[in-house]
Each structure stands twice: as structure tokens, then as C-alpha cells.
Design a protein around this ligand. Structure first.
Ligand code: PLP
Length: 382
């Protein structure tokens, strides 16, 4: 049905009317005083979201631009780095690091399992020569619906003394607690189409003082993503190049909504929706893909044993105009993922569960009593 599509994928996520209306204005000059006021305000709001006193810089690009910027601004040719890889986005970090000629040691975990903090601790403790320059990982691994223990891993990096922590927080920021300064994270990458309740197009890099010191030594090639000019112009409430002016309007509106709700309330809402999605899937005999206790607050991956996940996903879209995410790479057809990130309310989760149940029933694949998933979800939400 026209205009009825509900996005339940982990990005792009639904966008509130208030944000869409803000974006729908005529652009203004990006060197105007009016625009500078927006840059000033959004910079403060972004620091609030990241729980940092350091810099948070805005790049026109997708989340991967922020990941690449994190690497090329803090590291140098041949630097040794530890990269966590337990899914598609961990793999992406490895690829970016290798593309810039870094010496990458990969710390792997099976897809669906969390990264093992002890594996990082062991490698860091063995590095008496202090050759490891950075530990690079994904906080919420969107491809598998696993949340990694970023807090513990970054504490091991702190104990090492010199290495930096670079984290992809694209689907954890705005969903769960990511206190950048308290955890001592040096670089956080994120993107507008995820927890920010915005369309795609802006990416964000938060940078610690230690990371700026590394920037001074970094010799990797950079131009558009050289964060030096972003910092210099940010000090004057401006940008080095023409930013996406209209997305800035949306950013200001979205962050204002988030501030009105409050960080704790946002985190609680995501935790409740995770609990509801997990309880519902278990109640209808659909196993979760992420290891118990490591489900991401942004996304629930489901591995419906003996059911074609793609067939189910497509039928839910056709019958109910609800878009669920599929499995990536070898998980295609084996896994579907329910996104509950950003502008999502209880009604959205209950409706998605009901649509999944009704679709299973119509395909003759419902393994329990119709409505048992909805009952479990509403009980978890109550
Ligand atoms: C969406 C996402 C990204 C960024 O992807 P882009 O398509 O470049 O915006 C990075 N990491 C994770 C974990 C993501 O979910």
C-alpha cells in the first residue's frame, strides 16, 4: 500500500514527521550566521549523545566514511592493529585497515558469538614492545545482532597504556549506554540513518585528545576525510566543505527529540524492545541467532530452523508492508533480523510480531498457537 512501508531494518530506520519537516525547508547558506548557530547547537547535542567533552565532527557521507576517517587520521603506514571480527561489520574494519596498509591481527569469533575480551587482553599483555597502535572493533554487530563487550575490551586497551580504541558504534549509539569518556574510547564512528532517527547521509566521528595526539603523527593519505580541517572549522561553528545543510536541519530536530526523551529513557526503551522481540520469537519456537545474553538492543536476529527466512521476510513485506532485514552472506535464507533501532515504539514491535505470526500461519509454518508471540511480547513490555 502506498506510503505504508514500516522500516524494521537496522538502517535506514524510521524518521519522525518533525525531522522530515525540518529537512523539507529551503537550504540556507552554509557560511551564514543562521547556519553557524545550527552547527554550534548540534555540536553540543552530539557531545551530549556521546557523553564526551571531546570533539564530535560531522562528515557528509555514510557510516563507513566515519570508520575510514577514524583509521586514516590516527594511524600510520605499517602500524600494527588488533581488529575484532565476529560479523560483516568486523570484516569491514579489517578491510579498511588492510586497504591502508596496516598490519592487521584479526581476533575472530564465530558469527552469533560475542568477541572474547580475554583474547584482546592476552594479545595486549603480550605486547611489551608496545607495537599495537590500536584495537578496532564493532560494538553492536548488526549482521548477527550481537552486542560486544566494548567496556571491558577498552579497559584492557587502557591497561596496555599506548594503544587507542576505535569503535564502530553505528547501531549502539542512541540505543544503549556508550559513555565515550568514562570508557576511555578514542574514536567512535556512527551514521545518521541508525539511532539518530534521520535519513542516511551524515556520519559522525568522535575523537579523544589521545586520538588527536596520534593524528599529529599519522601519515596515511587523506584529503576529504582529513579531520584536521573539520576540527579547525568546527571551532568557528563551520565545516571545511559544503555540508548537507538540510540534513543538519534534521539533525538538530532529531537530537532535540532525543534530549527531550533523555538518554536513560532511550536506553530503557531499546532494552524493552529487545526483550519483547526475543520473548516473542522464543514463544513461537524461532531460535535467536545471537548467543544468550549478547543480543543487541538495536536488532534481533532470528534463525528459524527449517524455514526459509527469505520467504518469510518477503511474505511479511508483501502482506503487511513491514520490511524486515535478511541475513547477510552465508546467513542469507537462514536468518532474518528485526530492527528496533531509533524511532520505534511498543506498537511497532507488537505489530511486527503479529505480522510474523500471521505470515507463518498463512504459510502453514506456525509452530505454536497463533498469538503466543504477541502475548509474550506484550508481557515483556508490560
Ligand atoms: C550501518 C552500519 C555501518 C555503516 O554502514 P553505511 O552503509 O556506510 O552507513 C557500519 N557499521 C555498522 C555496525 C552498521 O550497522
Amino acid at each position: 500500500m502506498q506510503d505504508k512501508l514500516t522500516l524494521m531494518i537496522p538502517g535506514p530506520t524510521p524518521v519522525p514527521e518533525t525531522v522530515l519537516r525540518a529537512i523539507g525547508r529551503h537550504p540556507i547558506g552554509h557560511r551564514s550566521g543562521e547556519f553557524q548557530a545550527i552547527v554550534r547547537r548540534t555540536t553540543d547535542q552530539l557531545k551530549w549523545l556521546h557523553q564526551t567533552n571531546g570533539d564530535v565532527l560531522v562528515i557528509t557521507g555514510s557510516g563507513t566514511a566515519a570508520m575510514e576517517a577514524g583509521i586514516i587520521n590516527t594511524l600510520s603506514r605499517g602500524d600494527k592493529v588488533l581488529c575484532g571480527d565476529n560479523g560483516k561489520f568486523g570484516e569491514r574494519w579489517v578491510k579498511v585497515a588492510q586497504a591502508f596498509g596496516l598490519d592487521v591481527e584479526v581476533i575472530k569469533a564465530e558469527w552469533g558469538q560475542p568477541l572474547d575480551p580475554d583474547a584482546f587482553r592476552t594479545a595486549l599483555e603480550a605486547d611489551s614492545a608496545k607495537a599495537i597502535k590500536a584495537v578496532i572493533l564493532t560494538h553492536s554487530e548488526t549482521s548477527t545482532g550481537v552486542i560486544n563487550d566494548l567496556k571491558t575490551i577498552s579497559s584492557h586497551v587502557k591497561a596496555h597504556g599506548t594503544a587507542l580504541t576505535l569503535a564502530d558504534c553505528v547501531t549502539s549509539l542512541g540505543a544503549t549506554d556508550v559513555p565515550m569518556d568514562a570508557w576511555g574510547i578514542d574514536v567512535i564512528a556512527s551514521g545518521s540513518q541508525k539511532g539518530y532517527m534521520m535519513p542516511p547521509g551524515l556520519s559522525f566521528v568522535a575523537i579523544s585528545d589521545r586520538a588527536w595526539q596520534a593524528y599529529e603523527r599519522s601519515d596515511l593519505p587523506k584529503f576529504y576525510l582529513d579531520l584536521g580541517p573539520y576540527r579547525k572549522t568546527a571551532a568557528k561553528d563551520s565545516n571545511p566543505f559544503t555540508p548537507s545543510v538540510n540534513l543538519y536541519f534534521g539533525l538538530e530536530a532529531a537530537l532535540e527529540m532525543m534530549q527531550a526523551e533523555g538518554l536513560e529513557a532511550i536506553f530503557t526503551r531499546h532494552a524493552r524492545h529487545r526483550a519483547a522481540a526475543q520473548a516473542a520469537m522464543k514463544a513461537i519456537g524461532m531460535p535467536l541467532f545471537a548467543a544468550e545474553g549478547y543480543g543487541s538492543p538495536a536488532i534481533t536476529a532470528v534463525a528459524p530452523d527449517g524455514i526459509d527466512a527469505e520467504q518469510l521476510r518477503k511474505a511479511v513485506k508483501t502482506k503487511f508492508d513491514i520490511l524486515l532485514a535478511g541475513g547477510q552472506d552465508h546467513l542469507k535464507g537462514k536468518v532474518f533480523r528485526i530492527g528496533h533501532l531509533g524511532f520505534v515504539c511498543d506498537r511497532d514491535v507488537i505489530t511486527a510480531v503479529a505480522a510474523i505470526e500471521a505470515t507463518l500461519q498463512s504459510l502453514g509454518l506456525h509452530r505454536g498457537t497463533m498469538g503466543s508471540g504477541v502475548a509474550a511480547a506484550t508481557a515483556a513490555l508490560a
